[in-house]
Design a protein around this ligand. Sequence first.
Ligand SMILES: Cc1ncc(COP(=O)(O)O)c(C=O)c1O
Length: 378
Amino acid sequence: MEEREIFAKFPALKGKVPFIPLANLPTPLTPMEKLSSHIGAEIWVKRDGLSHPVYGGNKIRKFEFIFADILRRKARVVITGGGLGSHHTLATAVIARQFGLKAVCCYFCEPLGEEIRQNLLMTVPLGAEFHFCGDYPGLALSFLWQYLRHLLLSRRPPYFIYPGASSTLGILGYVNAALEIKAQLDSMGLPEPEAIFVAVGSCGTFAGLLLGAKLANLKSRIIGVQVTEESIANRRKVAGMVNKTARFLRTLAPEVPPVEMEAEEMELWGNYLGPGYAHPTPEALRALELAGELEGLPLETTYTGKAMAALLDYAKANPGKCLLFVDTFAEKPALEVGDYHRLPKQFWPVFDPSHKVPCWCLTGWLKPGYCWKKGAQL
Ligand SMILES: Cc1ncc(COP(=O)(O)O)c(C=O)c1O
């Protein structure tokens, strides 16, 4: 197992930051030759989709720090949540099972699609607990209730992982990723890309890359492509995350240089979101097709398709530039698919709309056209 770049650069952090090796790092940094010649740019990909043999993607880097904290605190139950087809809850269930912990997953509704069904079905055999909670207010209430319930049941505080794992510890995973990119560029004798593109959901991946790039003295523009609503992904929030994580590192290791980021200096693009989180856009679908056909790189429409669409537009407008795409999506899940009947009944209409179950949420009530159980179509 290779030493993580964050510890190579700042050895004083060793033993002070919780860390457990989980990921196959460094992930490959490879050219996308066919896509490059098709578009007329030099496009590279950082294949974080290969970060884990069972289920890769961006969460695994975050979990190297978060699960170390969970183990240190001797929690037995991990509570988290996300949209119905959340990669984050699936990744949590995979790693929780690796350590014999119970994953309690709370889900809010989102537009239904095949990928959502697959992710839920892959979570079934992992022994997770499932709760359907409608919308964001339902999610918050569910977290509270599950926390109290499991506190009483196990007589030990459950560990709460923010949806998207974008806590200060989680962000360290992408501070390390930026340092890793810089080390790979140097060792391969490659110039720094003009811009690095990444999908921005709960913001931790982007915040980590921004901070890591500053610490690595990597000059590339880091362009975040917003895939969640403004209330979830915005410049002020990301700047706060960067600055808080920088302060955290400096309290542990004064050798870490001070970093203070202003919201205004950040490039967070909002024009690829489309109608909202998890709603596919025509641009994302085209980008997904192109990356699949030319490079065999699997993308999806919620995160990486939108980020790739932004990169391709930038490449067309700036011919010949060297660009890097951070692929945050698990490329080849090696997971069994379970039977949806093992999920609580509230999930069944996701797989067969003829199942009618009572369901209520504020969002569905205020915006009935958004409710997939009432037949809303993408
Ligand atoms: C495939 C994929 N890419 C990107 C992201 C965005 O990462 P973050 O939540 O750190 O902004 C997520 C978050 O769930 C994801 O699942």
